[in-house]
Design a protein around this ligand. Sequence first.
Ligand code: GDP
Length: 300
Amino acid sequence: MATFGTLSDRLTETFRNLRTKGKLTPADVDGTVREIRRALLDADVALTVVKDFTAKVRERALSDEVNRALNPAQQVVQIVNEELIAILGGEQRRLQFAKNPPTIIMLAGLQGSGKTTFAGKLAKQLEKDGHTPLLIAADLQRPNAVNQLQVVAEQAGAAIYAPEPGNGVGDPVRVARDGVEHARRALHDIVIIDTAGRLGVDAELMKQAADIRAATQPDEVLFVIDAMIGQDAVNTAKAFQEGVDFTGVVLSKLDGDARGGAALSVASVTGRPIIFASTGEGLDDLEPFHPDRMASRILD
Ligand code: GDP
């Protein structure tokens, strides 16, 4: 994965300079923290997140807790690594299933973020694990969205509930509610609701998503965000958190040359865990998100 390459290289360079020093002095810490700050900003991590992060690293590096058995570079690497893992959510968070099926998973995010593709990927993975997911086409905004989900469902070998022309068209809340009812009757153990996205955040979109949430009471609301959107990630994530709220994040397009700031920023400002990483256009390009692995990748 090319992601985080820039950040990695910058930090490696910074630590290389430290490695030549015998002992960690306040001046070393300040110099290093300044470099980390620059590297994170260059990686498109939001300024508020960078400030918090570097303040924590500085405080810890100057405290008595540092491990004297390590050389200065190793000490800072250890602290930065632990703080990165903390920001990225700590432990790996898995998808939560309902005690009484069906588990209802709702997707939200901007248009083009990768929701529909992710719906297919998740359905395929769940099928492989023995589940019987039903995809619900509640994105009635884009003329082609229902078709697109139909194609993805077919590729994934998953069932789909889509509005018949003239029956519920134009009312995504009703389609979502009817779809969930259909899943109960047809004994699907998981429901994945694809919702409409707009090019930018807007109040109507948020209300529609909030209404779908209220009508279907999902166990998981997954916010899908394109890792390439850089600095915009924070505002978009905040808007969706306020407008719909979500239980977890799907970071898509991590295969591109995103600089990775979105992952750190979104997890940090929303406090919601990243659950999946989407890494390509193919339906098999989906991985569980591991905070510790992502942190190591940043530091490698
Ligand atoms: P939606 O509007 O949120 O439903 O987004 P789509 O699922 O239609 O995805 C928008 C575009 O991004 C499509 O061309 C997808 O093939 C592409 N896409 C989705 N996920 C990924 C990914 O993880 N990596 C790459 N490279 N492309 C992706």
